[in-house]
Design a protein around this ligand. Structure first.
Ligand code: ADP
Length: 816
């Protein structure tokens, strides 16, 4: 304390002292020093007080000090800046006191030099006047500036800021009466007229916390504080407010000055931009889109955190070098992606690309990137910017679909192959390479059941050396995997065989196989074998691969069944054919015997008949005149019957000739043949009938003799079956039917009822006993034409004539 007092005798700044120190006994020394201060000195003393434990004695001491010293109280607790600003204020005041001291000293000097003093005063008066003029000018300028500037300027005329006035713009801004008091803490009548309330960050501003109030209270300027004025009508004006304390010449705060700039529009724009940005961020995040930008000037990249997330990079990873990103793309795709980027930069301006990449954790995923060039006003590309999304699920779905399609294709190819397969060993052998390639398998084993030895025998296999195959060419039921599958008729899937201790897999483990899927081959109820697919490199099968192998095994079973059935059928067929051939041979032999027999009988019948005819004729000739009427009549009947008998025998012979003779076919000129018949038979001559050929006749493939027989039989009937007294008229014409020709014989005869039209082509069928006949003629025609590969028929109505026809193949024109 004494040291402090000593210092007080010399020029000093200010005293900063704790309240407790004042209550000590030595404080009287300090009080004494204070009292000794010169008149110009008003030493600022800053007392840090806690205001807590005040006794009457301490209050007494404090009051005494207050009277003697210029005390400023700073209450604990206090902010550092508060103390600093109080100290600054104190020091400023102190500085002014020293200036005063110096001025007094100067004045004393001036007094001493009165002459010079007068001159100086004069000069100073002039200077002062000039300065006043300048000040006035500046004041005017300032005034007009205040009148016009679109910035609100307020002045608080007291430390409590209870009276605030401003420039015209400030009234306009606050919608208040010009010249009125716009202090929100002013006396009632004024504040009642104000229609706004002030908010900061959405909270009402407390009375002593308005920027100007704060500046006046703390002595500290307030910089760029944003506040919203909410008016009674709900409209909001956003202000950027600055405030500073106003001090008198002595540095004492006498009020505050404040400025306000209307930033409503700017704020709105900022808010809109922020909202847009927030929305964009939301969308990007929701869609899990990463954004990126490649600076075309510096070659650096900038990526969003979503982008890093997408590539499995930590949030804090610094990605600025494109190479960091490039190294994530799978090597096979890098050149392509770079090429697309290069083309976007140099040509198209647009970039779109899909590529697989590897995350740091090793997983492989697919990205889809889309971007475009951002240009400056002159069109120069500044950056390539865009978005990237993870399209792995879609890619996986596409790949799954492609695999499914490939698998379906393989299945349909397999079915086609299995349908074509001609023998059992072909079935699996031909199928395996395709299935193996598709599933990445390298071996297969096809065991077939040997029913006699009730064991499995290796039928075909691949992917193991022949000598090893030799060793496993036989498996008992229940032995190893295949034997167990055969025994249980259930598939067995063995995976990770090399690490497993599955005893049934010992055999395949020794062969170095890692995974093995064995399915039974079952045909109907019968087990025919097993089919196993295996891999020396893969440890697992996926579910759908197993399903696929099962389906393939079922197909193989079906194919094997088909081959077995086909073989059985073939054997049956062969047996049947042999039987049929044997029976046919026997039958032919019997028919030939019968035909020969009937031919010889009919032939031999003619000899006695001819004898009967001859003797009857002789008898008629020699004994005729001697015989009575009745005897002659008997004799005549014998002759007629023998003729009929002869005709019958000839017809039967003709029929059996048609059956027996070798009907070799050759082109026959049909029109020529018919004309020849008409001309050479007297019965068909113009005296007996009108027979006409109409139109063209193409040559036919026929046997000339059989065809002559058929045509003359048709013509004979056409002329015969006419009503008595009617002259027979026959027209013959042909009709082409593709490669065949139908030849029509139209007559004007008695006609045939439809129900008999089929019958008349069979042996001995006669419809009318009024006409002579044997009922064999049409049978001969039918047999002959059928043996020449043709057909016969009739269209007719009783009383309207008949249209008989036969149809034969046309002969190639060049052959005639
Ligand atoms: P046939 O002439 O010797 O009686 P067919 O076999 O030639 O023997 O004829 C069988 C029967 O068909 C004849 O009896 C006759 O009733 C009938 N028929 C054949 N041709 C004609 C025809 N052009 N018009 C009417 N009926 C016919």
């Amino acid at each position: 304390m004494f040291d402090l007092c000593h210092r007080l005798e010399h020029p000093c700044g200010a005293i900063l002292i704790a309240e407790e120190a004042l209550y000590s006994s030595s404080s009287t020394v300090l009080l004494e020093s204070m009292r000794k201060q010169p008149t110009w000195s008003d030493l600022p003393v800053i007392v840090i007080t806690s205001g807590g434990r005040q006794t009457p004695e301490s209050l007494q001491v404090f009051q005494t000090f207050r009277r003697e010293a210029n005390i400023t109280l700073v209450e604990r607790p206090f902010r550092k800046v508060t103390l600093i600003s109080v100290l600054e204020g104190a020091l400023r005041a102190r500085r002014k006191q020293y200036q005063m001291r110096d001025l007094l000293a100067e004045q004393r000097q001036l007094h001493d030099e009165s002459t010079r003093q007068l001159a100086i005063i004069k000069a100073s008066e002039e200077q002062t006047r000039a300065a006043l003029l300048r000040e006035e000018q500046r004041a005017r300028e300032l005034h007009s500036l205040m009148e016009t500037v679109p910035i609100a300027v307020w002045v608080a005329h007291d430390m409590a800021c209870s009276r605030i006035t401003g420039n015209p713009y400030s009234y306009q801004l606050l919608r208040a009466k010009p010249e009125s008091n716009v202090s929100l803490t002013g006396p009632q009548p004024h504040t009642a007229a104000l229609t706004f309330k002030a908010y900061r960050n959405g909270q009402p501003i407390l009375a002593n916390d308005y920027p100007m109030h704060r500046a006046a209270r703390t002595g500290q300027p307030v910089w760029n504080e944003e506040q919203d004025l909410v008016f009674a009508d709900g409209s909001v004006v956003s202000l950027l407010v600055n405030a500073a304390p106003l001090r008198d010449a002595g540095g004492k705060i006498i009020g505050a000055i404040g400025t306000g700039v209307d930033v409503t529009d700017r704020r709105r724009m900022v808010t809109a931009v922020q909202q847009r940005e927030a929305r964009l961020q939301f969308v990007l995040q929701a869609a899990q889109l990463g954004t990126w930008e490649l600076d075309l000037i510096t070659g650096r990249i900038q990526v969003s955190s979503q982008f890093k997330k997408l590539f499995g990079l930590p949030e804090e990873a610094e990605i600025t070098d494109p190479e960091q990103f490039r190294s994530l793309i799978l090597p096979d795709h890098r050149a392509r992606v770079l090429d697309v980027i290069k083309r976007a930069i140099e040509e198209t301006g647009e970039y779109e690309c899909e590529y697989p990449f590897r995350r740091p954790d090793g997983t492989i995923r697919w990205a889809h990137s889309k971007g475009q060039i951002i240009r400056d006003g002159s069109g120069k590309g500044l950056a390539l910017a865009g978005i990237t999304s993870d399209v792995t699920p879609r890619k996986q779905a596409e790949q799954a679909l492609a695999t499914q399609l490939e698998r379906l294709q393989l299945l349909s190819d397999s079915i086609a192959y299995l349908l074509r397969a001609r023998n059992q060993s072909e079935v699996v052998k031909g199928l395996f390479p395709k299935v193996a390639q598709h599933l990445g398998l390298d071996s297969y084993f096809n065991f077939m059941v040997n029913p006699e030895r009730s064991a499995l025998e290796l039928h075909t296999c691949a992917g193991i050396p022949a000598e090893v195959a030799q060793k496993i060419n036989r498996l008992e039921f229940g032995q190893a995997i295949c034997g167990t599958v055969a025994q249980t008729r259930q598939p067995i899937i063995a995976t990770r065989i090399q690490e497993s201790n599955y005893d049934k897999a010992d055999l395949v483990r020794k062969l170095g196989i890692r995974s093995y899927a064995c399915n039974p081959l079952i045909v109907g109820e019968r087990l025919v074998g097993t089919l196993s697919f295996a891999s020396h490199t893969r440890d697992e099968f996926s579910d759908d691969e197993l399903q696929f192998l099962q389906v393939i095994s079922q197909y193989v079973s079906i194919a094997l069944d088909r081959l077995r059935t086909e073989a059985e059928l073939q054997a049956l067929n062969n047996r049947l054919e042999q039987e049929v051939a044997a029976r046919t041979a026997k039958l032919t032999e019997s028919i030939e015997e019968l035909e020969g027999f009937s031919y010889s009988i009919t032939h031999d019948l003619r000899a006695p008949l001819r004898a009967m005819q001859s003797f009857a004729a002789i008898l008629e000739e020699e004994a005729g005149p001697k015989l009575g009427q009745q005897e002659r009549d008997y004799l005549q009947r014998i002759i007629t019957s023998s003729h009929r008998m002869d005709k019958l025998i000839r017809d039967v012979l003709a029929y059996s000739r048609v059956l027996r003779m070798d009907l070799s076919l050759e082109p026959v000129d049909l029109a020529g043949l018919i004309r020849g018949i008409v001309q050479s038979y007297p019965n068909f001559g113009p005296s007996k009938a009108d027979i006409r050929l109409e139109g063209e006749f193409c040559p036919v493939l026929a046997n000339e003799a059989a065809l002559t027989q058929s045509v003359s039989n048709f013509l004979t009937n056409a002329i015969k079956f006419v009503p008595p007294g009617v002259r027979p008229k026959v027209t013959i014409h042909s009709e082409l039917k593709g490669e065949r020709v139908r030849v029509w014989f139209k007559d004007n005869g008695i006609g045939i009822a439809p129900e008999f039209q089929d019958r008349i082509f069979h042996l001995f069928q006669r419809l009318n006993r009024d006409y002579e006949g044997t009922g064999i003629g049409l049978s001969i025609v039918r047999k002959a034409v059928e043996r020449m590969g043709g057909s016969v028929g009739v269209e007719s109505e009783p009383g309207k004539g008949s249209h008989f026809w036969f149809e034969l193949r046309c002969a190639p024109a060049s052959d005639v």
